[in-house]
Structure formats: C-alpha cells, structure tokens
Design a protein. Structure first.
Length: 403
C-alpha cells in the first residue's frame, strides 16, 4: 500500500491542473447551490428571522469579506495557494454546518463570519493558482471553462436541494457543509503547486513578506492605471448587485398578477426560473468560449462595455415592465449578461497583472472592492424598495450606469 504522500503525488500526476480547476468549479458551485437554494427559506421558516435580521446577515457576511479578503490573499501569495484554498473550503463547510445545526439568529450570524472568512481564503487564491499552473496564455480558456462547469453544477443542484429540503429544510445545508469539508480533503491530495514558489523567506519572515507583497501590489496598481479602472467597474457592480439580487424575486411576486401560477408551489416555479437562467447562461458562455478570442485585450474591452450597458438597460426595463412575460425575458437576459461579464472581467484583469507574486493579492482586492460596493449599496436600495420595488430596481440600474 502506497504511503499517503506518494498516493497524493500520483493523483496530482493523473489529474491536470485544468481538470482539477474544472472539477472544483463544478463541485463548489453544486454544493453552494445546494445550500443557497434553501437558505433563505430556512432563515424565514425555521429560524423565524425578521427582515432586519435577514439584512444584517448579509451585512455581516460582506463585512467579513471586506476585512479579511486582502490579508488572506497576501497569505496565498506569500505561503501557498493550495493551503489557502484547502483552509477556505474547510471553513465554508463548518460555517454551513453550524448555521443549519443551531436555528438561532446568533448562530446564523456567527456562521456568516466563519464561511465568509473561508470564502476569502479561496477567492483570490483559486484564480492565481490556476494561472500559475497553466500559464497566462491559457487563463482565459480556464476561466470560461470553469464558468461553464459552475453553471452545470448549479443546474444539477437546484432540484436535488429542493428534493432533500422537502424532507427537512436544514438537511441540504448540513450535507452541503459536510461535503465542502470532503472537497477540501480531495483538493489537498490532487492540487499540484509547481508553477509558483512562495516568496523567499516566507516561512521565517511571514509578516515582512506580507508587507512586501502589499507594497508590490500597490506599485503595480500605480503602473497599471487600467487595473484601477477595472477595480472601479467592480465597485459599481457591487453597488448595484445587492438591489437586484435581493429584490428580483419580490418584484415577480408583488408587482405582477401570478394567480395563474397558484396551482404550482412558489418554490417550484422560482426554481424553474433559476434553472432556465442557468441553461441560457451555459449556452451563452459556450458561444463566447468558441467565438471570442480572449487573448485580444481590445476585444475583451468592447464586450465588457457592451454587456455592462446592456445590463443597465435590461435592469431598468425589468423594473418598469408591466407584463410578466416581458419581465421574465429581461430577467433571463440580465442573468446571461452577468454570466458572460464575470469571467471576461477576470480575464482582462488577469492580463494586466505582470507580477505573479501579487496575483492572488490583487484578485482579493478586486473581491474586496465588490464587497465594499455591496455593503454600501444594499441598504440604500433596500430603503427605496420599502416604498417601491420598481423604483429600487431602476435605481440599481442608474447606480451601475457610470461603469
């Protein structure tokens, strides 16, 4: 029988980094969707949280990401991408298990801190790891393939989560969290780390290396103004996204006559909308993957400008639409445009990073900027939504328009 170390080395040789990244994208998306499909219902029906508590859980989550995104990104740059990713998925899993096991507001709030911290360990490190392992030239292909695999995982997870949740609402969250921990164990023995070497002296002087990494990241931002521009775009996407993400379901339920759907449980037709949006996103990403040369910066720039402008118009139309079928079509259009924009934005951002030593740190800064936007933009749009959901959605579109 092979020792554990040799067995792990054998697995790393058999599974290419791109294969591991694709599997990770699919599996993590599947498990997250298993949890998120029932999470809000669990908060409402089991924990009996009021609207303020629902908002506070989101604020706690985003504040945690804001505080820890950059420090954990620096750790990934200074020590190990793989270690950071493994720690992250363990914490995410433990957070979900706690949230589902103790149906009290304080435990839900604490769980947001735990799994939010775990997320920060993975967010910058995952993109940096795959770029290091396969090279800059193939990064765009990896991001698009990962996005496609992620959509597939989401599509499969929605009905499975609904079926398990019909037995016990918290059960998908417990199982999803436990499988996250198992995923971390799998990654520990399958992820290679040959394309990047930790900075010299990281083990003996971690704080010195971390400080040096941050200085290098700031220097690169100073040399690459386009990176600052991309971070600014990310800020506006964060500012607008909370309003849309929190209010689109309420808009469909409260702004339109859905009596003709009364014979179908709300959770079923909402899940159907999610599944159709996922299928459309997968098709759109496939088209982009095969027809767009992601290595051409000018092409990426034009596509990002067009998709951003289209999201603004579609979101305003979604808020103002008076017919349910038109609103539904615009909703799916927004979902598709966001699915295209995400990996292409990450590709363009990555192409401007000419120092691999700070790649994870800069991806973490990008995620942190998004968190700032969500924390800052969500409550204001929510307050407008108390008066008019339609007006709140139009306001969200207006917030994104400067991007």
């Amino acid at each position: 029988m092979l020792p554990d170390g040799r067995r792990g080395a054998g697995l790393r040789r058999r599974l290419s980094p791109l294969a591991v990244y694709t599997m990770l994208s699919c599996t993590s998306s599947f498990l997250l969707t298993v949890v998120f499909t029932v999470e809000t219902l669990y908060h409402l029906m089991v924990v009996h949280m009021n609207p303020l508590q629902l908002v506070l859980t989101g604020t706690i989550l985003e504040a945690t990401i804001f505080l820890f995104e950059v420090p954990t990104g620096v750790l990934a740059d200074a020590r190990s991408r793989r270690l950071s990713i493994v720690i992250g998925y363990v914490l995410i899993g433990l957070g979900f298990i706690l949230e589902a096991s103790v149906p009290l507001f304080w435990s839900v709030a604490l769980a947001q801190v735990i799994w939010g911290l775990g997320y920060t360990f993975t967010s910058g490190a995952t993109e940096a790891w795959i770029v290091d392992e396969i090279g800059q030239a193939r990064a765009g292909e990896a991001f698009l393939r990962g996005a496609q695999a992620s959509r597939a995982g989401t599509l499969v997870a929605i009905p499975i989560s609904a079926a398990i949740g019909s037995i016990r609402l918290a059960l998908p969250m417990v199982l999803g969290g436990a499988c996250m921990v198992l995923l971390a164990c799998f990654l520990a023995v399958t992820m290679s780390e040959e394309g990047y070497q930790p900075a010299h002296g990281a083990s003996r002087h971690p704080f010195r290396i971390a400080s040096s990494t941050m200085r290098a990241a700031r220097g690169l931002l100073g040399r690459q103004p386009l990176l600052l521009g991309l971070l600014g775009i990310g800020l506006f996407f964060g500012l607008y996204s909370e309003g849309f993400d929190r209010l689109w379901q309420a808009h469909l339920l409260q702004s339109f006559n859905t009596a003709w759907l009364a014979s179908v449980p709300t959770v079923v037709w909402m899940a159907g909308i999610d599944m159709i949006g996922t299928l459309l996103s997968m098709a759109a990403i496939s088209i982009v993957q095969h027809r767009v040369d992601v290595a051409r910066i000018a092409t990426l720039g034009r596509i990002l400008v067009v998709t951003t402008g289209a999201i603004v118009l579609a979101l305003a139309g979604f808020g103002l639409a008076r017919r349910f079928d038109l609103a539904l079509a615009l909703l799916w259009l927004i979902v598709v445009l966001r699915a295209i924009h995400g990996p292409l934005h990450a590709t363009w951002f990555n192409q401007r990073i000419d120092n691999p030593q700070v790649r994870a740190t800069l991806f973490s800064i990008s995620s942190q900027v998004d968190s700032i936007g969500q924390v800052a933009g969500g409550p204001g749009v929510g307050a407008i939504g108390n008066a008019s959901i339609r007006l709140a959605l139009v306001a969200s579109a207006a917030i994104l328009s400067p991007a």
